[in-house]
Design a protein around this ligand. Structure first.
Ligand SMILES: C[S@@+](CC[C@H](N)C(=O)[O-])C[C@H]1O[C@@H](n2cnc3c(N)ncnc32)[C@H](O)[C@@H]1O
Length: 411
């Protein structure tokens, strides 16, 4: 029997784990790279811990209903060169436990020995972090304690569903088949993006689903939990589930570092301070998706857009949530009298809509050109939320050219 050691904390730390994932994302992005050589370089043990953490996160094993009086375990063996790194995952009435090493072939009285899922580490890294078309299970084996299961069935003792549920969830993650319904994830992760206050996920599905398997950098402003450094992070975890190959960043005015996890980094910054936004973006950008769910004060929202939109990739998305606050005086300092005032979020968005049509203006003095005029190709407005699509907007307008020429010649 192998000795079992309790894992205390995460051996790599969140930042080091994220760095390893960054390397694995690059290494697994094409078929041509030698992923095993990269694992040699990163260290097989360190890489295995990162992969175990990622598998456990994605499996959502907390949702498996445990046996009332026992545990369901699974041994995960990641093979690399002539060695193997093993973890035992156990789901019990007291929660989820992960141990280094394995109790292979053994089990307390009355418990079934755990199945052993074994796979090459490089193939697992490829499956978790590479493009979907490179996912493979060529080296995977699952060993079940067949004789014990048969003995049980002969004695008419049912094998509990949770025994299979743990293995099934882990295998589903290794096959990259975990379900990802954003509304369901929003509820499970505990963000208020879907519920009595907001119903955003159906819009996000439309815009984000095609990007789900891409390698992305995502930023959300506003981590949640307000003054409590340990509270919040629900939506960041939702994005981490939904985008398996993304690095997720969160900004909050409150220090939220206790929430840091592999692939999920928080940074303390005030969105009303341009220099803090720029310093952050220069270090961690460019971004594929930015979501502003921070103070919801129009002046901050506009400042943030002005300073972060240039750091969105050329075809990225910029989302502004809770537009209704622009109409609410008081805490949100909104304006309910002049609904087109460009100093308030909705009035500002109206100026961007004009910008979308900047090539159709007939008067040269119609309005000052904006830097965004040629860089926004789409605006999707839903109740309370805007999705702004970055992209080239300078294809010309032959009819406007004709009308302008006619005007100038006095026709
Ligand atoms: C609505 S919560 C975010 C909820 C989270 N995005 C979710 O969906 O689970 C808003 C967060 O914005 C943060 N915040 C408020 N003012 C801010 C500012 N000026 N800069 C950055 N963050 C701010 C608050 O501390 C709070 O945690």
């Amino acid at each position: 029997m192998t000795t079992v050691t309790e894992r205390v904390g995460r051996p790599n730390g969140a930042e080091a784990s994220t760095e390893i994932i960054r390397r694995l994302l690059a290494a697994t992005s094409t078929r041509d790279n030698d992923v095993a050589a990269v694992i040699d370089d990163l260290g097989a043990e360190e890489t295995a811990h990162v992969l175990f953490d990622e598998i456990i996160f994605r499996s959502r094993l907390q949702e498996v209903v445990p046996l009332p009086d026992g545990r369901t375990s699974l041994v995960l063996l990641l093979r690399h060169r002539e060695h193997g790194q093993t973890a035992t995952i156990a789901v019990g009435s007291k929660g989820l436990g992960v141990h280094d090493g394995s109790t292979e072939g053994t089990a307390p009285d009355g418990e079934l020995p755990p199945p052993v899922v074994s796979q090459e580490m490089s193939e697992v890294a490829q499956a978790l972090f590479g493009p979907r078309e490179l996912v493979s299970a060529a080296t995977r084996t699952i060993q079940w304690p067949g004789s014990e299961i048969i003995a049980r069935s002969l004695g008419r003792v049912a094998t509990p569903p949770s025994y299979y549920a743990v293995a099934q969830r882990v295998v589903r993650v290794l096959d990259r088949r975990e379900p990802a319904d954003l509304t369901e994830l929003a509820v499970r992760c505990g963000t208020d993006k879907w519920g009595a206050l907001h119903q955003y996920p159906q819009h996000y599905e439309r815009h984000f689903a095609p990007l789900r398997d891409h390698r992305l950098t995502i930023l959300e402003i506003g981590i949640g939990g307000y003054d409590d450094p340990e509270a919040g992070g629900a939506s960041l975890r939702m994005w981490k589930h939904f985008f398996p190959r993304a690095l997720i960043y969160g900004i909050d005015i409150v220090d939220k570092r206790p929430l840091d996890a592999p692939r999920l980094t928080t940074v303390t910054a005030d969105q009303s301070k341009p220099e803090q936004l720029t310093a952050f973006a220069e270090r961690h950008g460019p971004f594929d998706i930015v979501i502003d769910d921070g103070s919801h004060i129009s002046q901050d929202v506009i400042t943030t857009f002005r300073h972060l939109f240039p750091h969105v990739r050329p075809t990225g998305l910029y989302v502004i949530e809770d537009l209704h606050t622009a109409y609410w005086p008081g805490v949100f300092r909104g304006n309910d009298t002049d609904l087109s005032d460009p100093n308030y979020t909705v009035g500002f968005l109206k100026t961007l809509i004009d910008g979308l049509h900047h090539e159709e203006f007939l008067r040269s003095d119609a309005r000052e050109p904006l830097a965004t005029d040629t860089r926004i190709k789409g605006m999707h407005l839903y109740r309370n939320v805007a999705v702004i699509e970055k992209g080239p907007n300078a294809e010309g307008s032959p009819v406007a050219d004709m009308l302008r020429a006619a005007r100038n010649s006095g026709q």
